[in-house]
Write a protein that binds this ligand. Structure first.
Ligand code: GLC
Length: 569
């Protein structure tokens, strides 16, 4: 390596670019005191399980005091801990334990809005003279029709709600119980900085930043404030700067469900000085379309037009999160195709744009397809993000309303309440999944001793992903497989300390076995290629041709044994 270490970031290991993220809600993970609610002490008991799984960073969903209107995304105290889950003491102990096991932790930063029961809003709505009045966005004239802009169309009809006491309307992009903070107000900005500073000081490694486009938008702020605030991206840049000043390697992982073009400014374009990471909603949606069609083209097109990022930035890949599986970037016909394939019953759909199902039931529980999809997700350039329970193939409970269908308690054993809690079932914070995906059939304990289980597979995937930094951090080239159902891509990375790491990853979206020919023009005939999931070994032929046999729904992670690659096989 020449020059300063910063001269070529490709040579550096950035922890978030080869991390395996795991999102969980403490409330539904493990109940240690038998009151029916998961708690911090319960999570602490499972830290070893998580590290054994191969996860390297937890994303904790909101654990702050809340009125539970939006499952914790309506916060009443940014510095507090929901007393049902434990205390600050429990949290610090848990963080310490996680660190001891080499696990990082990021937490949800939900500052687009507060709960309407937050003391700031209670004060703000009590009087126009409140010092907190301008923490929120008010208008004194009848708002225009915003019914086409509401995010939860089943429950809201407007972005504005009239407040009787002071006779004005306040802005809320989400539920009416979640008034939007006025981010153009310097006093609010100072509070946001304090909140970030507080959690970093407790040892947190960064934040999953909620609803970023709404957060930085100053719409509704009065003219003077808006002028002072200026370009919203200046604010996001300042937020990143502040975070990095407090803690150099802390990340901001943003929820920005926009097209690639619109997302780029949120990374800070080529400068890369705003959000560190963003979820790739575009690719996730095209992946489902590709699965529905058994045709890789929607994914190929998307990956080929995925913008090149600054070397410090990264996309986060996922096939499930805690919200509806949104398909809002697909055309109406495309979305209908995915609905028809994976959620034809209207009760499986939500907000007209998404699905409230988990992956295994959508794939009729076929273990071959489920494993192939997770292999594909881990193999895509970026950082994989698991939602708790995905590692064992949990299903949803459609009897639970709305988005909560996929937020049922973690299934540890086949015993009472799936080992989540010893409480009476009626006291549980959320009902468990029932039927073929319930704890009797899907649980951690059974899978721990089964080498063919999904748990064993995901754990191996996590290990392979970490062993192949070229996958997370390298340059990616989508290859022409010659078969509409076979997705093949190659990842290449200059290894820290010398040598080039290169892999070819192959996934078959269809049940028929097939042999594909890949062109790897730069490789000399005779170069050895080995699969990291089987004992298959191949040799590159004339003109860099590689013949690859792929099973129905098969997956291969082919490591190219280049000179200087000293990794163990
Ligand atoms: C984000 C969260 C979602 C929440 C909303 C409002 O979209 O993912 O769960 O309801 O923000 O905070």
């Amino acid at each position: 390596m020449t020059g300063s270490p910063d001269a070529d970031h490709r040579d550096l290991r950035l922890w978030w670019k080869s991390a395996v993220l795991y999102c969980l809600d403490i409330e539904t993970f493990l109940d240690s005191d038998g009151d029916g609610v998961g708690d911090i002490a319960g999570l602490a008991e499972r830290i070893d399980y998580l590290t054994e799984l191969g996860v390297t960073c937890l994303w904790l969903m909101p654990f702050y005091p809340t009125t539970e209107r939006d499952d914790g995304y309506d916060i009443t105290d940014y510095y507090g801990v929901d007393p049902r889950l434990g205390s600050h003491g429990d949290l610090v102990e848990m963080i310490r334990h996680a660190k001891d096991r080499g696990l990082r932790i990021i937490v949800d930063l939900v500052v687009n809005h507060t709960s309407d029961k937050h003391p700031w809003f209670k004060s703000a709505r009590a009087s126009k003279d409140s010092p907190y009045r301008d923490f929120y966005i008010w208008r004194d004239t009848e708002p225009p029709d915003t019914s086409d802009k509401v995010i939860f169309p089943d429950e809201e009809t407007s972005l504005w709600t009239f407040d009787e006491r002071t006779g004005e309307w306040y802005l809320h992009n989400f539920y009416s119980e979640q008034p939007d903070l006025n981010i153009a107000n310097p006093a609010v900005q100072a509070e946001v900085a304090r909140i970030i500073g507080f959690w970093l000081e407790l040892g947190i490694d960064g934040f999953r930043v909620d609803a970023v486009p709404y957060l930085i938008d100053a719409a509704g702020a009065d003219e003077e404030l808006a002028a002072q605030y200026g370009d919203p991206h200046d604010y996001l840049r300042a937020l990143r700067k502040f975070t990095s000043r407090r803690r150099g390697d802390a990340i901001l992982l943003g929820e920005v469900n926009l097209t690639y073009d619109a997302q780029m400014p949120f990374f800070g374009d080529a400068e890369g000085d705003e959000l560190t990471m963003m979820f790739d909603f575009e690719l996730m949606q095209r992946l489902y379309l590709a699965l529905a069609r058994r045709d890789v083209n929607p994914m190929v097109d998307t990956l080929r037009r995925r913008p090149k990022l600054n070397a410090t930035n990264q996309f986060a890949n996922f096939v499930r999160n805690h919200d509806e599986l949104t398909l809002d970037k697909l055309s109406d016909d495309e979305r209908q195709e995915v609905f028809d394939a994976f959620g034809p019953d209207p009760d499986m759909q939500l907000f007209g744009r998404g699905l409230r199902r988990r992956l295994p039931p959508m794939l009729n529980g076929d273990p071959r397809i489920i494993k192939m999809v997770y292999s594909l997700m881990f193999s895509l350039p970026g950082t994989p993000v698991l939602f708790y329970g995905e590692e064992i193939g949990m299903g949803e409970n459609l009897a639970v309303p709305g988005r909560l269908a996929v937020r049922t308690p973690m299934q540890w054993t086949a015993g009472r309440n799936g080992g989540f809690s010893p409480a009476k079932p009626s006291r549980l914070t959320a009902p468990l999944t029932t039927g073929p995906y319930g704890p009797a059939h899907v649980n951690v304990q059974d899978q721990r001793s089964d080498p063919d289980s999904l748990l064993a597979f995901i754990s191996l995937l996590a290990r392979r992903y970490r062993e192949c930094p070229e996958v997370g951090m390298g340059d990616c080239e989508v290859l022409d497989s010659g078969s509409p159902a076979v997705f093949a891509h190659r990842c290449t990375w200059n290894q820290f300390g010398g040598g080039v790491a290169s892999s070819v990853l192959v996934h078959n979206l269809a049940p028929e076995p097939v042999e594909v020919t890949l062109a790897l023009a730069d490789l000399a005939p005779g170069t050895e290629v080995i699969d990291l999931f089987s004992d298959l070994s191949l040799e590159v032929g004339e003109r860099g041709r590689l013949l690859v046999p792929v099973d129905g729904y098969g997956h291969l992670w082919l490591r190219i044994l280049l000179p200087g690659d000293r990794r163990l096989r």
